[in-house]
Write a protein that binds this ligand. Sequence first.
Ligand code: PLP
Length: 286
Amino acid sequence: MRTVYVNGDYLPEDQAKVSIFDRGFLMADGVYEVTSVLGGKLIDFDGHAVRLARSLKELEMANPVTKDELLAIHRELVTVNGIEDGMIYLQITRGSPGDRDFVFPDPEQTPSTIVLFTQNKPGMADSPVATTGLKIISIEDIRWGRRDIKTVQLLYPSMGKMMAKKAGVDDAWLVEDGFVTEGTSNNAYIVKNGKIITRALSSDILHGITRAAVLRFAAEAQMEVEERNFSIDEAKDADEAFVTSASAFVMPVVEIDGVALGDGTPGKVAPRLREIYLDESRKAAV
Ligand code: PLP
């Protein structure tokens, strides 16, 4: 039985409750973050806290906790649940005004709801998939226009994962006007002639915390990086591809729409970046 955090209380998971009028439940009016834990320490905590504050600001939603309080809650949950490797899920919604209404409630009257829980994933950094790579399909990106805000509107990404599952592969890349935006729950990259290519930041994609770290490490390792649009055809013709996210770190992609990339194995760049990312992030973990 996990101990979870709800609006100031640490409770057994079966005693934690949120109102049926909560706007997260009724309107997907909420934001979230997922922070990894390796060796009992938080990976990229600062980046997640900064992005959370930005998501809240963009939606004019009150932030119920300071960064220091947030860190203390994360650490307490890691300790009480004995998490060595895993994730912490955090969600903040616009709260429960006690009825259903499209108009935002006054934040003075309706406090935000905040929930955090842990997910235990022993050995998550040693996933065997990292050595074989992911197979993906491409699907149309029909999500809303503010993908830079990390909202809990995850129905279409969830449908995308199901389309991938039905097609017998691992994940899907989203394509808009012929260009790859990102993965269902990760940022997307291709590698051609040693150069790493990934879409530039805009409201079209989530500004991945892992993306920022990986691009910084790539530059420090003198790898060439180009931030620009790439088409799904260009991706199929790439030497390598990979995705990044807080929970998958750097994960190679070896097949797109049935087309094997290179020799159909993870290649050199993605495994190297994964190694650097894991080493450096463990060193900087808090
Ligand atoms: N893009 C999307 C759509 C995501 O859902 C995620 C993570 O959930 C990412 C990118 C990767 O972001 P991060 O590296 O901050 O986990």
